[in-house]
Ligand binder design. Structure first.
Ligand SMILES: [Zn+2]
Ligand SMILES: [Zn+2]
Length: 294
């Protein structure tokens, strides 16, 4: 049996993407952190543009992980705004002359400064699978980015289609969701990365993220998930829809609907190379598992 979400591990709710008055956000770090703390988040990374925020700047007792967002223009089939989050980086990253040269150099420098790199909002960026797959050293990708939805942007918050193409190509990145809060008029405290870790410490969260022990959520929880004898099964908070996505097109039993479903199972088909689960509750809020390699 392969345990994908271990029911014995505590789950911690965090947001790894938001902006403050230290770049183009509308609240200072202290007020942004206070909102997330009041909303029940366990940890937060402030990811201002091209600037590492030191946890001390937010004067909070919420676990704050240092963060930054780096931005690049990449010319592929078309212009793409590739943004990379650096989570857990030290402030000396900003002194590196090559950090804004191109995304691969940015990722390499994030890692050499103790951080993890997350590919932000692929759909908003019009990023292609080719661009994502060519990068080395990415630890996760945002399958959902809240501010990329309306009313703040022409809605491209959901990046699951682009990531499914990556997964079908064998590039199986763990997934997170982030608010990317700027305005604090409803773009905050909505989306989360759920991290399964022994302890909610900086080291515990970063280590679990590096190992892919994460999923993305707007509220619903996946409490248990395992693969055994060709069957992927899960337990979750009450949902009205559970969908199993893979690299294949047709197939039975991929979409389950009903009231207050808390368990589901899916028999993997021989041609499937990955499977992932998306669940939706009564309010239409979703959670996305990371892809499972078959
Ligand atoms: Zn961005
Ligand atoms: Zn951002």
């Amino acid at each position: 049996m392969t345990l994908i979400i271990d029911p014995a591990l505590p789950q911690w709710k965090g947001n790894l993407h938001c902006h403050t008055t230290l770049s183009d956000g509308l609240l200072p770090p202290r007020e942004a952190a206070a909102l997330y703390q009041a909303a029940g988040y366990d940890f937060l990374a402030i990811t201002d543009h091209r600037r590492v925020t030191d946890p001390a700047e937010a004067e909070t007792d919420l676990l704050l992980i240092p963060g930054i967002e780096l931005d690049y223009r990449v010319m592929g089939r078309h212009m793409q705004a590739v943004h990379i989050l650096g989570i857990g980086v030290d402030g000396r990253l900003m002194d590196e002359p090559q950090v804004m040269a191109d995304p691969q150099q940015g990722i390499d420098l994030i890692r050499s400064h103790g951080g993890l790199a997350i590919f932000a909002h692929p759909a908003w960026s019009l990023s292609t699978p080719e661009t994502i797959e060519a990068l080395r050293g990415i630890s996760a990708a945002e399958i959902y980015n809240h501010v990329s939805d309306a009313p703040w942007n022409a809605p491209r918050g959901d990046s699951s289609l682009i990531l499914d193409e990556c997964f079908a190509d064998g590039c199986l990145l763990p997934v997170v969701a982030g608010d990317d809060a700027h305005h604090y008029n409803g773009d905050q405290c909505h989306s989360a990365v759920i991290v399964c870790a022994e302890a909610c410490t900086r080291e515990g969260i970063l280590s679990a993220l590096a190992q892919g022990h994460v999923y993305a959520s707007q509220g619903p929880r996946i409490t248990d998930m395992c693969l055994e004898d060709g069957v992927l099964s899960l337990s979750c908070s009450p949902c009205r829809q559970i969908v199993f996505y893979s690299n294949m097109f047709y197939g039975r039993g991929r979409v389950l609907t009903g009231a207050d479903m808390t368990r589901a199972a899916y028999r993997v088909q021989p041609a499937e190379t990955f499977v992932r689960v998306e669940i939706m509750d009564e309010q239409g809020l979703r959670a996305w598992s990371s892809p499972v390699r078959l």
